[in-house]
Design a protein around this ligand. Structure first.
Ligand code: F6P
Length: 363
């Protein structure tokens, strides 16, 4: 985009899996932009809104009133809508719709685009930046694994929900003297498991960053029995795997679709039952972690991200992602952050603290 082009109309879209706080970002973008005299067009179902005609609408402050506290996204989302490799079900190949996206962007009179999404969606945004589209990215994922930002909105809500679930499971585990294994989300990184496990008082936490040996975990749980604490809670990230093993998949990756993880909780539960001789149960929290109202932390973070995105657009700083670097909201080049995963570092303080408390990680 020519640096002197006045920003009059911008588009906004949400892509990838939803996360609590998406609506709060949309609301902040719309209110901030409209207050600055810029029109906002909401694009439906990620980039589909720039592929198919009639999949967009003007958003005014009136349209976003009352959505701050709502989970989901008023624009809809998809994690199968990569315009560079769009899955066409009637053929065995994918179709490249990127030219059409660029054409639609200009036809709609857009001067800039806010792309709210996870690593996959931000990677697509980066490719469009390379092709000249003026884009600002907003990082989103409950997994909190996007590089360059300390926090993503949705993570705090997911952790709060998982912690509440663990609290509830504690009482029933104790009543029955059982081991309860709680499987939480976290494909490639164990942030949710680590934070919810520590805040929920778990006895073992299994994360993708630390391949586990269940005998080490069983030993810890046997010790608890000896002390008289005859129940245990084990938190497992869906992406955790045993030493020398691999992820547990529900569905393999196929053209246009990423693999679906799940099932490790049940496997760990069964194995721990055999190793300890105790009764075990497995609970999968799944998409409950993505639903419902965002916490106040996530609403605030999402609002700050939305405001910052418009600030960047108005100052014509494109190809950037807004990011949290407490106490500030900053921006980072999209090119520096996409295609990577922010894992829990081996020397992370919470990991060290958890280990010092005696929580088993299976290593
Ligand atoms: O990336 C966020 C996430 O919630 C992962 O933790 C999980 O594996 C995935 O999305 C589930 O995606 P879907 O909604 O497609 O099942």
């Amino acid at each position: 985009m020519n640096d002197n082009t006045e920003v009059r109309r911008i588009g906004v879209l949400t892509g990838g899996g939803d996360a609590p706080g998406l609506n709060a970002v949309i609301r902040a973008v719309v209110k901030t932009a409209c207050n600055a005299g810029v029109e906002v067009i909401g694009l439906e179902d990620s980039f589909d809104g720039l592929i198919e005609p009639g999949r967009s609408r003007t958003l005014t402050p009136r349209d976003v009133t009352g959505i701050l506290r709502l989970g989901g996204t008023i624009l809809g989302t998809t994690n199968r809508g990569n315009p560079f490799a769009y899955p066409i079900l009637t053929s065995d190949g994918t179709k490249d719709y990127s030219d059409r996206v660029i054409e639609m962007f200009h036809k709609m009179g857009l001067n800039a685009l806010v792309v709210i999404g996870g690593d996959g969606t931000l990677g697509i945004a980066q490719k469009f930046c390379d092709r000249g589209l003026p884009i600002v990215g907003v990082p989103k994922t409950i997994d909190n694994d996007i590089v360059g930002t300390t926090n993503c909105f949705g993570f705090d809500t997911a952790v709060a929900f998982a912690t509440d679930a663990i609290d509830r499971l504690h009482t029933t585990a104790e009543a029955h003297r059982r081991i309860i294994v709680v499987e939480v989300m976290g494909r490639y990184a164990g942030w949710i498991a680590l934070y919810a496990g520590v805040s929920g008082g778990a006895d073992a936490i299994l994360i993708p960053e630390i391949p586990f040996d269940l005998e080490c975990v069983a030993e810890r749980l046997r010790e608890r029995d000896k002390w008289g604490a005859r129940f245990s809670i084990v938190v497992v990230a869906e992406g955790a795997f045993p030493k020398g093993g691999k992820w547990t998949l529900v569905e393999e990756a196929r053209q246009g679709y990423v693999e679906r993880l799940g099932g490790i909780g049940a496997q760990v539960s069964e194995a721990l039952g055999k190793l300890t001789g105790k009764e075990t149960r497995a609970v999968v929290l799944g998409h409950l972690q993505r639903g419902g109202a965002p916490t106040s932390f996530d609403r605030t973070l999402a609002t700050r991200f939305g405001g910052k995105a418009v600030e960047l657009i108005l100052s014509r700083q494109f190809g950037m992602m807004v990011a949290s670097a407490p106490p500030d909201i900053v921006s980072r080049p999209l090119a520096d952050v996409t295609g990577k995963t922010k894992m829990v570092p081996p020397n992370y303080d919470l990991l060290r603290t958890a280990k010092a408390l005696g929580i088993a990680f299976g290593d």
